[in-house]
Ligand binder design. Structure first.
Ligand SMILES: [Zn+2]
Length: 405
């Protein structure tokens, strides 16, 4: 039975994942009314790809084995979408089991007949029980019982939200460390601004083709705050100058972060950062919202200006990155970055990072045989933070000895 969905920029759901998916649909199809199954098929064609491997199936018409190219959900959606390909009937031949068709990867929008209120957009429409292929955060009703009311009985979505949810996997920024840690990032605000952000900024800056992720980051680690700060620093670098963004895109990014006060300011943005471990179900460890971009960019801008005045610094942005990146320890083959994450949390929240810096110095540097000094320029960066953020006028007060120099 055909069912039509309306895709437009004037009906946001307020849910960051679904709205992110609506942007993908708008960018793919344009605003309009579409047959739900056609939209679904188009998304499937993008999300299922050849793996490069081959296998055999038993062709019942000819009674012969035939080779086919194996397909699967494109990485990293295969960590979230667990629907297997349908192999048709299976037959046994010489002791081995074969499918009777190349496994077909299908998803179905099976709507209930009765109209009810969609849990995410509030429309009265035929609904479908939400699965992880529509919404990665569906899996743990206990965790989300408060976050999404009604989640205890499972979310129910209208066709439009279900399709937008699937499309969300094509519009997120993500960063993965194998199967151990998975971060994803979604910006959220009104749909028109978000469409422009995707078109002019995120699309050109997206890193393609790697298994490590598509989010541009100055540095990253297993924790959420350090990786979020790494993402923001990478975006900030393009405000001052960019070889990847158009002039319009660069100015838009500046306006977005509240730098370019001449232009009409877009409404305040929120960045949602989610960290978890992918598996049969996505095990979410953290979900954070960040909003203080304007003040953060101002701080970054002041830091870059300080570094620009130092003759020995070639690339002020890169020096800031080195300074913020340094709070990590190499323990054998393993890299521990817990101090950097705490410091990043403090910076993102305009809190006091100094206890964590001292912790790093005592727990890491002081234990090294020949403690390395802090990266050149660290004290300048910290002094400015003391004055601008913590409102302290004096020079950096504590002196844990030679480690600071
Ligand atoms: Zn809906």
């Amino acid at each position: 039975m055909s069912h039509f969905v309306t895709i437009d920029l004037s009906h946001p759901t307020g849910n960051f994942w679904i709205d992110n998916g609506l942007i993908v649909l708008i960018r793919e199809f344009g605003e309009g009314k579409y047959e739900a199954d056609d939209v679904l098929q188009c998304l499937l064609d993008k999300l299922v790809q050849k793996t490069g491997n081959k296998d055999n199936y038993y062709d019942e018409a000819t009674g012969q084995l035939r080779e086919y190219e194996k397909m699967n959900w494109v990485y990293p959606t295969n960590l979230f979408i667990k629907v297997a390909g349908n192999p048709g009937k299976k037959v046994k031949l010489n002791g081995k089991e074969y499918p009777t068709q190349p496994p077909k990867f299908e998803l179905k929008i099976e709507l209930r007949k009765k109209l009810d209120v969609c849990d995410l957009c509030g429309d009265k429409a035929p609904l479908i029980d939400a699965k992880m292929w529509m919404f990665p955060l569906i899996v743990d009703p206990n965790k989300f019982g408060n976050f999404y009311s009604g989640a205890k009985r499972g979310l129910r979505l209208c066709a439009r939200c279900a399709l937008a949810g699937l499309a969300g996997y094509l519009g997120w920024l993500w960063k993965a460390q194998g199967r151990d840690v998975f971060h994803f990032f979604v910006f959220h605000s009104d749909l028109k601004e978000m469409e422009r952000l995707h078109r002019e900024v995120l699309q050109p800056l997206r890193v393609e083709g790697g298994k490590g992720g598509n989010a541009p980051v100055a540095f990253f680690g297993p924790y959420i705050h350090e990786t979020t700060l790494g993402l923001l620093l990478a975006l900030f670098a393009h405000i001052r100058q960019s070889d990847q963004l158009s002039e319009e895109g660069r100015r838009y990014l500046a306006a977005l972060f509240g730098v370019d006060t001449d232009s009409t300011l877009p409404s305040p943005f929120t960045l949602y950062a989610v960290t978890g471990v992918p598996g049969q179900a996505f095990d979410m460890k953290a979900l954070r919202e960040f909003t203080k971009f304007q003040a953060l960019y101002h701080l970054y801008d002041r830091w870059v200006n300080i570094m620009s005045q130092k003759p020995r610094v070639d690339n002020p942005h890169q020096q800031i990155v080195r300074i913020l990146q340094q709070f990590e320890a190499h323990q054998g083959a393993k890299r521990e970055t817990v101090w950097r994450d705490k410091i990043a949390w403090a910076v993102l929240e305009f809190n006091d990072p100094f206890p964590f810096i001292e912790q790093f110095l005592f727990e890491v540097r002081a234990k090294e045989q020949n403690p390395r000094p802090l990266v050149w320029g660290t004290l300048d960066v910290l002094d400015l933070y003391l004055q601008e953020v913590l409102g302290m006028d004096e020079q950096f007060p504590t002196n844990p000895g030679r480690l600071w120099t």
